[in-house]
Design a protein around this ligand. Structure first.
Ligand code: 9MR
Length: 392
């Protein structure tokens, strides 16, 4: 049935919808958290010996379809998230309808394999279903806040107590594209509806929805050595300091780490950035690691070696930071990468990207070895981890 998208219907639709789902009563049973399935020989095994975690973002359709993929995840990962499964576009496809099936299957798999979970992403300018942008644009701050609260209760409430860390806000700072505001915030329907305090508000609302989850700000384009990236790092630190001073319940900072082979990386600058975040008492997660290989040769062997070398260089700096807790790759094998679909990232020679630890046939690549070696050489993070993780 098609529903006319006028404002009244939207607001009614929200009020009457599964958005108002009573999260406590309706939470299904996702099964017990069993003994971890990961192998001591894999990246999670090497990470665990240093008090660290390793995992990947996964698509639920592949998880449900491929036994080979499930074996890989069970063996190599101590942490999982759905790459799209908890986004609003998937969970709230239309007013009055929720779809939790994709997220539920990731949560069930992780529980059945003793894996921790991340939640991604509560407030983002992308992955909004078509009916929500007009709703936010016409709502006014009070109704928009009400909508955000219901959304948080709906998605965070359903998985309350099961998610180690939640990306409460995602990609809120401009930098890679034009910077149009003095505070550096990126344009977003959330910013338009709620004003610049929407970030703090989102954290407070998220904390009510799942008080045990470690709440994270997840951000892109902070890794490379460009003047605009340095300016973005500075703005991030300033905002983090202000959030800490105001008592905003943030515990984590997520660095996406979509690295690009033809962009410069300055270990010293990146190290200082991590240290400043660590000194604020926040835990740090590498949340979406992959390597766009477009500057590397077509030959797969040479390319895989170059990708592994860059990964190792980056990870050695990241893992040296005491506040670093987890490393997550954006997909686990080259058959499941967003980089071939994006005009900024497609290779000029037309070959497919090889950005992840396993190849398209799910065979391990030098990148996987680089992960294991980096964890082996990392300092022991166990002591600080206990303090920073809390229950997560
Ligand atoms: O990999 C994700 C892709 O399948 C989705 O179409 C897209 C929009 O929802 O999001 C991609 O994941 C992004 C992540 O959520 C946030 N950081 C950038 C990721 C790659 O675009």
């Amino acid at each position: 049935m098609s529903i006319p998208l006028n404002r009244r219907n939207l607001l009614l639709g929200v009020a009457a919808s599964g958005l108002v789902q009573p999260a406590v009563a309706a939470a299904p049973d996702f099964g017990p958290l069993v003994k971890p399935s990961w192998s001591p020989e894999g990246p999670q095994g090497a990470a665990a010996r240093k008090g660290l975690g390793f995992g990947a973002a996964v698509p639920s359709n592949l998880l449900n379809r491929s036994a080979e993929f499930r074996t890989l995840l069970a063996r190599d990962c101590g942490l999982l998230l759905g790459n799209n499964e908890m986004k609003m576009a998937v969970v709230l496809p239309e007013p009055g309808r929720t779809d939790f099936a994709p997220a539920d299957s990731v949560v069930r798999f992780a529980r059945a394999h003793g894996q921790r979970l991340r939640g991604h992403a509560l407030v983002w300018h992308e992955a909004l279903p078509g009916w929500v942008a007009p709703l936010l644009a016409g709502a006014g701050p009070a109704k928009a806040e009400d909508f955000l609260r219901r959304w948080a209760e709906t998605v965070m409430g359903r998985y309350r107590g099961l998610i180690a860390s939640w990306d409460v806000v995602n990609e809120v700072m401009a930098g890679y594209g034009p910077v149009t505001r003095a505070d550096g915030l990126r344009p977003s329907p959330w910013l338009t509806a709620l004003g610049p305090d929407y970030i703090d508000l989102a954290f407070r609302i998220a904390h009510e929805a799942d008080p045990r989850a470690a709440l994270a700000w997840n951000e892109d384009s902070l890794e490379h050595d460009f003047p605009w990236a340095e300016a973005k790092r500075t703005r991030v630190l300033k905002r983090l300091e202000a959030m800490r001073a105001k008592g905003v319940p943030i515990r984590r900072f997520g660095i996406q780490a979509h690295l690009v082979s033809d962009q410069p990386f300055d270990a010293g600058k990146f190290r200082r950035f991590l240290r400043e975040i660590g000194q604020m008492g926040l835990g740090i997660e590498i949340t979406e690691l992959d390597i766009d290989d477009k500057a590397y040769p077509g030959d797969p062997k040479a390319r895989d070696r170059a990708v592994a070398n860059f990964a190792r260089r980056f990870l050695d700096v990241a893992l040296d930071e005491p506040a670093l807790l987890d490393v997550v790759t954006w997909g686990l094998f080259d058959g499941d990468t967003w980089l071939n679909d994006h005009p900024d990232h497609r290779r000029r020679d037309g070959l497919r990207q090889r950005p992840l630890p396993f190849d398209e046939a799910m065979r391990p690549k030098p990148f996987r070895e680089a992960l294991i070696a980096a964890f082996r050489h990392a300092p022991d993070h166990s002591a600080l981890r206990a303090r920073l993780r809390g229950t997560a």
